[in-house]
Design a protein around this ligand. Structure first.
Ligand code: GSH
Length: 207
């Protein structure tokens, strides 16, 4: 059975949600963040970086959410991705990389800037401008279709969920971007999303 090493409240929620969408049985090994927000040292026994998510499946141990999503979809749920020989497939892969590679960094920077208080002020304008750039881009991407790959829900939507949820907390995402807010409302209403929250435990960013 697939085992998910899950740190409360964070990125690994997407992996649980994906597994619920796929209808795959899985085991959750839960870890609680320490007061300093870092993962407990037990996670370093699973992977040297001690970060979550990590999954174990069929003798393999995999880290990085984008890779885990790509692997699980390829192996267990090809319907959640476009056909490999289509142009849309590369758009799908783009979103898998974009979510962690481009959208998360300014959100992480915003966390740091906020914690620095006055010291963070010089960087705030730059970070806010970067976040706005991404939100304008993403809002426009949903102009003609409900999901990031068009009319069909896909694992790209799952991958983008976490940074967009975080953006509502500290990235300036609000009702001025109605398509993104509607996207979040629609994913939060999905039965699989709700089941994943029950399995994963408290999740500050969800509905
Ligand atoms: N890009 C990686 C990021 C992994 C990551 O930073 N995970 C965070 C949880 S959101 C973590 O484990 N933080 C605890 C720590 O760094 O100790 C991924 O998507 O898997």
């Amino acid at each position: 059975m697939i085992r998910v090493h899950h740190l409360n409240n964070l990125r690994s929620q997407r992996v649980l949600w994906l597994l619920e969408e796929l209808g795959r049985p899985y085991e959750v090994v839960r870890y609680q963040r320490k007061a300093n927000m870092l993962a407990p040292s037990e996670l370093k026994r699973v992977h040297p970086l001690g970060k979550s998510p990590v999954i174990e499946d069929d003798g393999k141990k995999l880290a990085e959410t984008g890779l885990i999503v790509e692997y699980l979809v390829a192996r267990y749920g090809p319907d959640l991705a476009p056909a490999r020989d289509s142009d849309l497939y590369w758009r799908y892969i783009y979103w898998l990389h974009y979510a962690e590679g481009s959208l998360m960094p300014p959100l992480l920077l915003k966390l740091v800037v906020n914690r620095l208080g006055l010291l963070g002020l010089p960087a705030r304008r730059f970070v806010d401008a970067q976040l706005k750039l991404h939100l304008v881009f993403l809002e426009a991407e949903l102009a003609n279709a409900p999901w990031f790959l068009g009319d069909r829900f896909s694992a790209a939507d799952i991958m983008l969920s976490f940074p967009l949820e975080v953006a509502t907390q500290r990235g300036g995402l609000d009702q001025t971007r109605p398509r993104l807010m509607d996207f979040l409302a629609r994913i939060h209403a999905r039965p699989a999303y709700r089941r994943a929250i029950e399995r994963g435990g408290a999740y500050l960013y969800g509905a």
